[in-house]
Design a binder for this molecule. Structure first.
Ligand code: EPU
Length: 420
């Protein structure tokens, strides 16, 4: 099969409206949570993405009945196999999310151990530590981790690091235990809250103390189905916002949730964009003047600046009027896009977890390779900003997380084509 790539030409002053799809990172844990019940679960606003397709395959392979109509996903029935398909786990790290629900419902799971990936080592020690406290014995053999318990006990557990899928997995794992558990130092990303809302619909009692990053949870031995909408993808929304400013456009971005975007909005404003909030679901982004101002960004857990927006901002700041600084605190290897931007004329130097970006007057189109999902989005923005044409290869990364991006961008006038 010939490999597909994106061909992009300079595209400035785009006009129109970009619609944000449902969130990948919210939909995946909601899909995994359907394992907790045999009843029908309905997930709305599901994006059309490779990772979602992989999760559907994983659940079907385990015995779930999975069907979809437009952007609504229906999942019901019981699990027949407690093993995860190794090839899917290799393709999608997020398949580790089935572990918590399997442990809660069947007290047993066999998971193909996820490997590292291009953005970092990405261990799951926190997921396993909480499982062991709950009563599971873990055995790692031949690349698989097997967990089993006779009886589950409630826990009072403090995460050593704040982890998104770790928090999601452990919430699901505890959801069938009828005594109260306490989780401290939890992740508060809106995707975690979306899962908490689904668990509540299933019958789990959950209280959230956001100020102290603490969750109190009391489960039920038998859980009900749910009908829930996946939240809008805040990273897709943020990508479009940066893209609008970077291309000197005035784009309306709709189907988003402004309350999830505070740190992105404030950094865009600092760099010289006007962010006009039209209502809770729609904003407009455009340049205040011709100047992109240099800024300093430091990635943090939510509500801080998301690591998933770092690459897109790096593209923007590569033509800022001065030196910007980006500190990446979440993943240790998430600057690979810098090398590709340098091929396009950017002046970036990396020292450990800090990137120094000296603004240049322009980028020039080049053939570049995307190294991970968000890096690809950064390169799309750079390609639109750059003089001349660019080719972006390895776009399977992009397809994992952006719902038909080139079609959406064509509609607002961007010169971007998928070719093979
Ligand atoms: N960590 C540990 N031990 C653990 C778990 C995590 O040390 O047991 C470390 C990680 O190595 C990392 C940090 O904790 O340094 C945070 O990792 P986290 O577990 O929060 O990341 P994740 O849950 O694997 C999710 C998103 C990522 C997003 C991160 C951070 C999903 C499916 N993935 O990953 O999304 O970057 O949170 O917000 O929700 C993407 O969509 O492109 C993407 C990579």
């Amino acid at each position: 099969m010939s490999e597909e790539y994106l061909y992009i030409e300079t595209s400035k002053h785009l006009e129109g409206t970009l619609e944000v799809s449902g969130s990948k990172n919210a939909t995946l844990p909601l899909m995994a949570a359907t394992i907790l019940t045999d009843e029908l679960c309905v997930i709305r606003n599901v994006p059309d993405l490779l990772d979602i397709k992989h999760m559907k395959e994983l659940l079907s392979h385990m015995g779930k009945n999975v069907y979809q109509e437009n952007d609504v996903l229906y999942i019901e029935g019981s699990i027949k196999s407690l093993e995860t398909k190794e090839d899917i786990v290799r393709k999608m790290r997020a398949s580790v999310l089935v572990m918590g629900p399997l442990l809660a419902k069947y007290k047993k799971a066999k998971i193909s151990m996820p490997g590292g990936c291009s953005i970092g080592v990405r261990p799951i020690d926190q997921h396993l530590k909480a499982a062991e406290r709950t009563g599971f014995f873990a055995n790692l053999e031949h690349g698989f981790i097997e967990l089993e318990a006779k009886e589950l006990k409630p826990i009072d557990f403090t995460f050593d690091v704040i982890t998104v899928t770790g928090t999601e997995n452990v919430l699901c794992m505890l959801s069938t235990i009828e005594q109260e558990s306490t989780l401290k130092n939890v992740a508060l990303e809106p995707e975690v809250i979306n899962l908490i809302d689904a668990l509540k619909l299933m019958g789990v009692k959950i209280e959230l103390d956001e100020e102290n990053r603490t969750i109190y949870l009391k489960g039920l031995s038998s859980l009900e189905g749910f009908d829930i909408k996946a939240i809008p993808d805040r990273i897709e929304a943020g990508t479009f916002m940066v893209l609008s400013f970077a291309t000197g456009s005035r784009l309306k971005i709709t189907n988003l949730n402004i309350h999830h975007l505070n740190s992105i909005i404030s950094n865009l404003e600092l760099s010289g964009a006007i962010v006009n909030i039209i209502n809770d679901n729609t904003i407009e982004v455009y340049p205040k003047s011709h100047e992109i101002k240099p800024i300093s960004i430091s990635t943090q857990e939510y509500p801080g600046f998301p690591t998933d927006m770092q690459a897109q901002f790096m593209s923007l700041l590569s033509i800022a009027n001065g030196q910007s600084i980006i500190v990446e605190n979440i993943f240790e290897n998430r600057f690979q896009h810098a090398q590709e931007l340098i091929r396009m004329g950017a002046d970036i130097s990396i020292h450990s977890k800090t990137a120094y970006i000296k603004g240049v007057s322009k980028l020039s189109g080049a053939e570049v390779f995307s190294t991970d999902l968000r890096a690809s989005a950064g390169l799309v923005i750079a390609g639109l900003m750059a003089e001349g044409s660019s080719i972006i290869r390895n776009i399977h990364h992009l397809d994992r997380g952006y719902d038909h991006i080139e079609l959406k961008l064509q509609k607002v006038g961007a010169k971007i084509k998928r070719l093979s």
